[in-house]
Design a protein around this ligand. Sequence first.
Ligand code: SF4
Length: 215
Amino acid sequence: MLHARTHGGLISRSPYDADNIGVWNLLGHSITKDVLTESFAWVIATYCNPHSDPFVPALGLDISAFHKLLQSRFPHFTALPQWLEVQEGIVGDGGSLDEFPDLLQLLLGYRAVADEHHRNVAHLVATACMGGDHLWQDLGLPDRKSLSALLTAHFPALAAKNSGDMKWKKFFYKQLCEREGINACRAPSCAACCDYAKCFGAEEGEAIFFLSLPP
Ligand code: SF4
């Protein structure tokens, strides 16, 4: 049995619940249980759900790349046709995900390797950035340390720029502002800023998702 902790408490679901395109269903069809695969399952189940807000169809990938990703990470998973159909939508169409393309371009531009795997991880992270919690939570990771490790492995030059250990979402948006020559900060320096705690400091919270797989 898989267990997931949500803000509402601990719940248990069968991974083979064919009626649900959820994280449990996806993970039940994965071939590995590594942290990145779990994160893909969580993010796809959460943000590729047309009933969710925000809804990010296909993680912003084109539909053939999305199919390939599903096949490589979850080879035994057969998606419902109506779910697959809505994945062909455009990110932000009718919604308010204006910043998604810019965040995606930022991440793509800093990939350690310009290959398919790193592209998929860029889409994963950009999608999770649309969520409302700390980024590590929106990615379904166990803690912030796992997020820093993931970013350092896949976007090392970008991660290295966050030498002050700024909160990751804040850091990404600050990078976008700097690219555009926008200074949205009210203080001349972070040290003198009354918003310091919003940009830096601990990103504590409960993991909103973790797994306990049967032995
Ligand atoms: S702490 Fe203040 S000055 Fe530094 S990035 Fe945040 S808002 Fe800008």
